[in-house]
Design a protein around this ligand. Structure first.
Ligand SMILES: [Zn+2]
Length: 210
């Protein structure tokens, strides 16, 4: 690994550690659950993903693993396993062009998918503007896919529900995995965090009121 990529990996690790501490504070990454990634290189695709099995409230800049487009670890000298879900992170980054993909086990997302397994419809909420949609007169559907341990299966399910942006309507940068958790993504860590926080708020409201 070059000195440059090491420096960029540590920088990504520091960013992800700060984000993980924030989400742990929300109760979205209990125990060792959830995982966060940043795109380090686009062609070929390289992601820095939080390492598996660590308390997400206590990560350091060194607690990331580099993975390729299939989610497998790239550094033969690094014995730490990447997150089991790294393959889905890589797929989402490749498919959407996102620079950051965040996955947490927020309870309200799982409850919402339990109630509406074919997708969670939300409309006429001011907070929809925070994920790029209209506060009035547009029904936004947060898609739901079934859970599976095989990330190739999950990637195919993602492709079935993902609706890319059109000239008139932006994408929905959020997806729920039923009985499991949620994903949000964006052009960088700040955008992915904003989408995750706002979508979780919308799901929390929907679960509480409908
Ligand atoms: Zn998970």
């Amino acid at each position: 690994m070059s000195a440059l990529s090491t420096a960029r990996t540590l920088e990504a690790g520091a960013t992800l550690a700060a984000e993980a501490a924030r989400f742990s504070g929300y109760g979205w990454m209990r125990g060792t659950s959830g995982n966060l990634s940043l795109v380090i290189d686009r062609d070929p695709l390289v992601l820095a993903v939080t390492a598996s099995g660590l308390d997400k409230s206590q990560l350091t800049e060194a607690d990331v693993v580099l993975v390729g487009p299939d989610g497998r670890g790239l550094d033969a000298d690094d014995p730490r396993p990447p997150s089991a879900e790294a393959g889905l992170h890589a797929h989402i980054a490749a498919r959407t062009g996102a620079g950051a993909v965040f996955h947490v086990h927020a309870l309200d997302a799982v409850v919402a998918a339990h109630r509406w397994p074919s997708g969670v419809e939300i409309r006429d909420m001011e907070m929809l503007k925070g994920i790029g949609h209209r506060a009035h007169d547009e029904t936004v559907v947060i898609p739901v896919i079934a859970n599976d341990q095989d990330m190739a299966v999950e990637a195919a399910r993602f492709d079935e529900v993902y609706v890319p942006a059109t000239a008139d309507v932006p994408e929905v940068p959020v997806m729920i995995v039923a009985t499991h958790g949620m994903y949000a993504w964006g052009e960088d860590a700040a955008a992915a965090r904003r989408h995750l926080e706002i979508a979780e708020w919308l799901l929390r409201f929907t679960v509480a009121t409908r």
